[in-house]
Design a protein around this ligand. Structure first.
Ligand code: SAM
Length: 245
């Protein structure tokens, strides 16, 4: 697929899902796609390489739920957070496509975005993309190679952190470490968003409740998005702090 076809495809599929995208943004997505595919030849970043699959399964699949969640939660505002942590981000999903999507929304620039993964090459991959792309200069971004189990002991715990993640195989073993970040939140909005596809391991609701049950409301919801006029089903888990806190 050449550059023009890629741009046409991403614009039409984003627009079909009511996501705003212009040529500048679609070009940055194209740059990220090219970089992903080239680096993927040298070391393993993703098994999804077909351009249309990258648009659908990585780009749309990352951006849409983070936009969608704003509709599900009344009074939700990303501006209230100090940190957004994408744990086990792999090659940057879901946070990198979301940052690209946000480039024209300047009000969302006042907190830290943290990419973290235990894999050194994946973190180096994201770091290099950030340092080579001026459009990301406006964002405060940290790329941290660490297991999530160790990250909370480092200097990343702040009040009001939103933890996001997608497709982490050992998710259920990490719940208690996720809790270390979000228990400091003082806002009664969203604390945590976790994205799953049909073949992913689902969070264990009993385990989630055993950590979060008394203070948080836990939701699992599914939603659909369109790709080439087909409906694709995705799952989304999220936590809200109970108002009584
Ligand atoms: C299946 S990949 C998903 C990557 C990305 N979130 C996505 O949706 O494409 C899972 C990622 O989680 C990372 N990971 C697994 N356990 C982790 C842990 N305990 N701490 C940090 N990263 C972890 C792996 O290195 C891998 O990159």
């Amino acid at each position: 697929m050449n550059k023009n076809m890629f741009i046409k495809d991403i614009i039409s599929n984003f627009q079909d899902n009511d996501l705003s995208i212009d040529e500048r943004k679609s070009l940055i997505f194209y740059e990220f796609y090219k970089y992903l595919i080239n680096e993927n030849k040298k070391y393993n970043l993703t098994t999804i390489v077909d351009p249309r699959d990258v648009i659908k399964k990585h780009f749309l699949d990352s951006v849409l739920p983070l936009v969608e969640i704003q509709k599900k939660i009344k009074n939700f505002n990303y501006d209230n957070y100090e940190n957004i942590i994408d744990f086990g981000c792999g090659a940057g999903f879901p946070l990198m496509p979301y940052l690209i999507y946000l480039i024209d929304q300047r009000s969302k620039l006042n907190f830290n975005y943290i990419f973290t993964d235990s894999n050194k090459k994946k973190i180096a991959f994201i770091s290099k993309f950030i340092s080579n792309n001026n459009f990301l200069n406006n964002f405060d971004i940290l790329c941290v190679q660490s297991r999530l189990e160790n990250l909370y002991n480092k200097n990343f715990k702040r009040q009001n952190t939103l933890v996001i993640g997608r497709a982490i195989t050992n998710f259920n073993q990490l719940i208690k470490y996720i809790f270390e970040f979000i228990k400091l939140n003082s806002i009664s909005e969203l604390s945590f968003v976790y994205l799953v596809g049909p073949n992913f391991i689902k969070p264990n609701m009993d385990l989630l409740k055993s950590y979060f049950g008394t203070k948080y409301e836990i939701y699992y919801d599914s939603y659909h998005y369109e790709y080439d006029s087909k409906a694709i089903k995705r799952g989304i888990f999220y936590l809200k702090v109970k108002k009584s806190l």
